[in-house]
Design a protein around this ligand. Structure first.
Ligand SMILES: NC(=O)c1ccc[n+]([C@@H]2O[C@H](COP(=O)([O-])OP(=O)(O)OC[C@H]3O[C@@H](n4cnc5c(N)ncnc54)[C@H](O)[C@@H]3O)[C@@H](O)[C@H]2O)c1
Ligand SMILES: O=C(O)C[C@H](O)C(=O)O
Length: 329
């Protein structure tokens, strides 16, 4: 017997990430090749015509797993009974901006959407915030949803997976090992240049990657800035912010959360439970293992002085961002 469809809400459906994301969700790459989906697409009133165009193209793919589509400019409709939500819709940064420069502009979107999720979504909805600055936007949505006391606020997450994937590629190229051989990588903190990509625990076919690299100067002068500033480098090269790689990371994040990471570590921005000295509730990138639709934070890793310093810098930025939005909450 075929499975009941899962309701997936996607915001910013007419945008460039939306265009890379929706077809892959509908083809089963996110929730499995046996899992029908209903897409609930939210965008602004002026983008509804473009959303209709995307829906026409989705129809033209004749995806067997696409069990229905809804297009709307009303968040209360988009999130109704949604079991998964990808909050992509927000303004992207342009050249010379930092992601936190988007905070005042984008923050209000996430109070409105957090309230709609809090009132109308499935109580166990899994939320991934992609729109920048994604950690603090996820925090805003979570705090707003929390007021309605219906949904599991542990399930509000921010996207660090693109940074994780970027770090994997840089490490593969530095060590000459395949991406698929690399395990136990983590990117701590904020999705911003302050993020701390940490390969101290990383293994490649049983070999310690830190020992393979054996180059602390490369770590601080090449690797960390390359990963941290990759988004800006893409904006500089393309004239637009990353889209296909962002959509790919969103698929990876939700797929692993729903279908499990088979014991492997994945980086997720999750509301802190106080581990690693991160204040409770701050959405902070940590290593997680996912199983049965739940994530568990990998605990008790040793944090050396260099790592503590980096983790504090990225935490302080998140605390500043939280301070900047406190009047909205
Ligand atoms: N976390 C990450 O790793 C990551 C990676 C890439 C991009 N991003 C961010 O994702 C966001 C979207 O990027 P994009 O390239 O798709 O932008 P885009 O401008 O191409 O598309 C954004 C879409 O969102 C819509 N939108 C705006 N406000 C909305 C609202 N209130 N409700 C619903 N829809 C709304 C717009 O109409 C547009 O269709 C940006 O904030 C960007 O910075 C995050
Ligand atoms: O950098 C940006 O503004 C877009 C995105 O967050 C990225 O990392 O590519």
């Amino acid at each position: 017997m075929s499975k009941a469809p899962v309701r997936v809400a996607v915001t910013g459906a007419a945008g460039q990430i939306g265009y890379s994301l929706l077809f892959r969700i509908a083809s089963g790459e996110m929730l499995g090749k046996d899992q029908p989906v209903i897409l609930q697409l939210l965008d602004l009133p002026q983008a509804q015509k473009a959303v209709k165009g995307v829906m026409m193209e989705l129809e033209d793919c004749a995806f067997p797993l696409l069990a229905g589509m809804v297009a709307t400019d009303d968040p209360n409709v988009a999130f109704k009974d949604a079991q998964i939500a990808l909050l992509v819709g927000a303004r992207p940064r342009g050249p010379g901006m930092e992601r936190k420069d988007l905070l005042t502009e984008n923050a209000k979107i996430f109070t409105v959407q957090g309230a709609a999720i809090g009132q109308y979504a499935d109580p166990n909805i899994k939320v991934l915030v992609v729109g920048n600055p994604c950690n603090t936007n996820a925090y805003i949505a979570m705090k707003t949803a929390e007021k309605f006391g219906r949904v599991n606020t542990k399930n509000f997450t921010g996207m660090l997976r693109l940074d994780h994937n970027r770090a994997l590629s840089q490490l593969a190229s530095k060590t000459g090992r395949s991406v698929s051989s690399l395990t136990k990588l983590v990117v701590w903190g904020n999705h911003s240049p302050t993020m701390y990509a940490d390969y101290r625990f990383c293994l490649s076919n049983g070999d310690n990657v830190k020992a393979l690299v054996n180059d602390d100067v490369w770590n601080s002068d090449v690797f960390l800035p390359t990963v941290g500033k990759r988004g800006a480098a893409i904006i500089e090269a393309r004239g637009l912010s990353s889209a296909a790689s962002a959509a790919n990371a969103a698929i990876d994040h939700i797929r692993d959360w729903v279908l499990g990471s088979n014991g492997e570590w994945v980086t997720m921005g999750v509301p802190s439970d106080g581990s690693y000295g991160i204040p409770e509730g701050i959405i902070y990138g940590v290593p997680c293992i996912t199983e049965n639709g739940e994530y568990k934070v990998v605990k008790d890793l040793e944090i050396d002085a260099f790592s503590r310093e980096r983790m504090t810098v990225t935490l302080n930025e998140l605390l500043e961002e939280r301070e900047g939005v406190k009047d909205l909450l």
